[in-house]
Design a binder for this molecule. Structure first.
Ligand code: ATP
Ligand code: MG
Length: 320
């Protein structure tokens, strides 16, 4: 978070994009700090791609303002902005009949980059594709084409890299390769703004995430979001159901309430003020009640839980 305050590289202020009567995203404001890995999450049609395309100067927002790599997002500045960023959209946009190298040469030319051969060599190495350099893009699998698309974004040493679902359709090993690439770029100070539907990926990689559903639903570090949304809890499992759980749990120091887990006959969720205070008390009470304790652990909510809570809230609100 300190990174954001020190050196914002992306400032978005009340940005809105409409297509006729359809609103793609509305009143979106956030800041991304230099060197952050920022995850942009949200359901299909939430406006993620449209936001990426807007910030990447591919389409013009309807209203609001933004600064990208320190430059105001205006049509007149598009060329200057594009020198400092790279963007990989949902379709990598390659020439199928040209080889991998020829595609990259084309983009080197388009951006008037010096030392083209060196840049291409480094980019291909970064995505582990050097051995396919001479193959035509048509002859590559979807995942390999995705990697050519990634190589292309590395050519101009971008300050900000916008990646729209960079691991969509990739096998777990290839997806891990992209994660390593993102981590490596972060270590070099590149800011990465990426969209994904893989919540575990966002949780593992991102300094902060934003959840968009036309409007911004929340933004923050995954663990902060968990704490904001969920009470602290303990999960207790016993070998057999407790005859009188209320007598065991109610009134224990630090335990606010308890609930039987609907999925297991001998599992209980306890809402607690401080797990460190409550857990020993709970164990003592269970032993006292002669229960066979299998486990007592802090309940963990994933980023997926946060996401589902917020997005389901929207679905329910839309039904009202
Ligand atoms: N060029 C366009 N013309 C009209 N409507 C558009 C256009 N581009 C996007 N939209 C609409 O804007 C909304 C947001 O689309 P967008 O592609 O940004 O969603 P997304 O969050 O990227 O979804 P997904 O997860 O499916 O990729 C959708 O309702 C979409 O149909
Ligand atoms: Mg999209």
């Amino acid at each position: 978070m300190t990174r954001v305050q020190e050196d914002p590289v992306l400032v978005v202020d009340k940005l809105t994009k409409t297509f006729g009567s359809r609103t793609a995203y509305s009143d979106v404001s956030f800041t991304v700090g230099r060197g952050e890995v920022f995850g942009f999450l949200g359901p299909n049609g939430a406006g993620k791609t449209t936001t990426v395309r807007s910030l990447g100067t591919l389409i013009t927002p309807t209203s609001g303002r933004a600064t990208v790599a320190g430059i105001p997002l205006e049509a007149a500045n598009a060329v200057e902005i594009r020198k400092r960023i790279a963007i990989m959209t949902e379709a990598p946009g390659l020439y199928g009949r040209l080889s991998v190298t020829e595609n990259l040469q084309y983009f080197v030319g388009l951006h008037h980059l010096s030392n083209g051969a060196e840049r291409i060599k480094n980019a291909l190495e970064a995505v582990n594709l050097s051995d396919r350099a001479r193959d035509t893009c048509n002859s590559l699998s979807k995942g390999l084409r995705q990697r050519v698309g990634l190589a292309r974004t590395l050519l101009n040493d971008p300050e900000i890299l916008f990646l729209d679902e960079p691991t969509s359709g990739l096998d777990p090993v290839a997806a891990r390769g992209v994660h390593d690439l993102i981590s490596g770029l972060r270590d070099r100070g590149v800011t990465i703004f990426f969209t994904t539907h893989r919540l575990a990926e966002a949780e593992a990689l991102c300094d902060r995430v934003a959840i968009l559903n036309t409007t911004l639903r929340t933004i923050g570090n995954p663990s902060e979001l968990r704490e904001q949304l969920f009470n602290k809890g303990l999960t207790v499992t016993t070998a057999a159901p407790l005859p009188d759980p209320d007598r065991v749990f109610t009134g224990l120091p630090g335990v606010e309430s308890w609930d039987a887990d609907g999925t297991a006959a001998a599992a209980y969720h306890l809402a607690v003020s401080d797990p460190a205070v409550a857990a020993p008390e709970v164990v003592r009470a269970l032993v006292h009640a002669k229960a066979d304790v299998l486990s007592v652990g802090e309940s963990r909510h994933s980023l997926e839980d946060v996401y589902l809570e917020l997005v389901n809230e929207d679905v329910e609100a839309s039904r009202r």
